[in-house]
Design a protein around this ligand. Sequence first.
Ligand code: PFF
Length: 460
Amino acid sequence: MAEESRSQWGSSFGFIMALAGSAVGLGNLWKFPYMAGKNGGGIFLLVYIIFILIAGLPLVLGEMAIGRHTRLEPVSAFERLDKRFTFVGVLGVLSGVLIPCYYVVIGGWVLAYVFRFVTYITEAMPPDIAGSFTSFIANPWEPLLWQTLFLIGSAWIIYRGVEKGIEKFSKIMMPILFVLLLVMVVRSLTLPGVWEGVVFLFKPDLSALTLNGVMDAMGQMFWSLSLGMGIIITYGSYMRKKTNMLRGALIIPVLDTAAAVMAGLCILPAVFAFGIEPTQGTTLTFITLPQVFAQMPLGILFGILFFVLLFLAAITSNVSLMEVGVGYLIDRHKMHRRKAAIVISLFTLILSIPASLSMGIISGDAVLGFLRIGFLADVRLFNLNFFDFIDYIAQNIFMIVAGLFTSIFIGYYWGVENMLKEATNDGERPIRGVGVLRFLLRYVCPLVMVVVLLRALSIL
Ligand code: PFF
């Protein structure tokens, strides 16, 4: 497509905010604090940062360079550079269309909780917070309604285009997200008895280091940076030639890690202060934290702020996921953006129904009598329900295999020199670190990816 007719970001700031919007998601806000809590706090953070430096950064830069160099969506980009690697792009696009099918389910729950907390201003919070959450997700209609609203919001942003939709929205919402996060951190750190939680998060205790913790850090780094999904390639393909790519590739991991650490600072000390154990993502967000808010002065207000924050993080990430499929249809099938946005949204809408119904709440019979499509809700693949199955194959197989072959492709075939030539605008800026990057992309990144993959396969 000619340079002028292809969508582009209006500014570097817009590009960075859009990519930060993709990276900062539920992974930072609910998964990171829980993983840090489970794996020794400070030592987990240290290992996580090391993985960002040795594997995350080179891959972010590599994907961005592939995108901008080819100015194409991931399948066509790999095909253009080396036909044998086309499958890497295909895996990325597959994850990009599958993950939103359950990401919108959680996005819907978050949206519902924003409104729930608003109603708690006038009504009392239910005493049984856990029961109220389980009965909410068990209800076949209510979550569907919220997830559809969440999906319509995402679709609208994508429908409006790269610059007028994604960029404009991210430029406004990401700064708001960071301000909200800061407010939450200040609230949390001014509670009595939080010091222990802060020390826990920042003081690396070597004796708490476990193999599981190290592998958790690798997987979390990859997911949190939105790697292996074709997103950075797609967003990179909208980047102008004059944008400073090296700066962008550095800022994204910094912002992403800052958001994760701030989330840890807002959640862990507060949870410890109230003597509650940090639990796994969903429970932490929808059960444990509401319990904390219930006990905190002005808790309802902070509950609203927290869920608005989560909503912004989730929608900007979901938009980026859906944009991979949309970009694919535009470049590959010459579809008009609006039509592509509608096609991807309808696909997501349809598959998100069984994902929601498969939360294990509705029995197969009831589903069948209820909605024909619901039969998928009761299908168990590798002993996982539909929701967990899409999550599993996309997050643990497709994305990781794509990451593995992206690093092999750059390290051994395309060449770190070509990557850096693109990243520095054909040498306009000094080219440095060729040897280090080559070593990382040839040996370290593939090793990290193989370990994550083997671990994922071993839990099947
Ligand atoms: N990085 C997002 C998070 O931390 O929740 C999740 C995500 C978004 C993963 C987009 C992959 C992706 F392509």
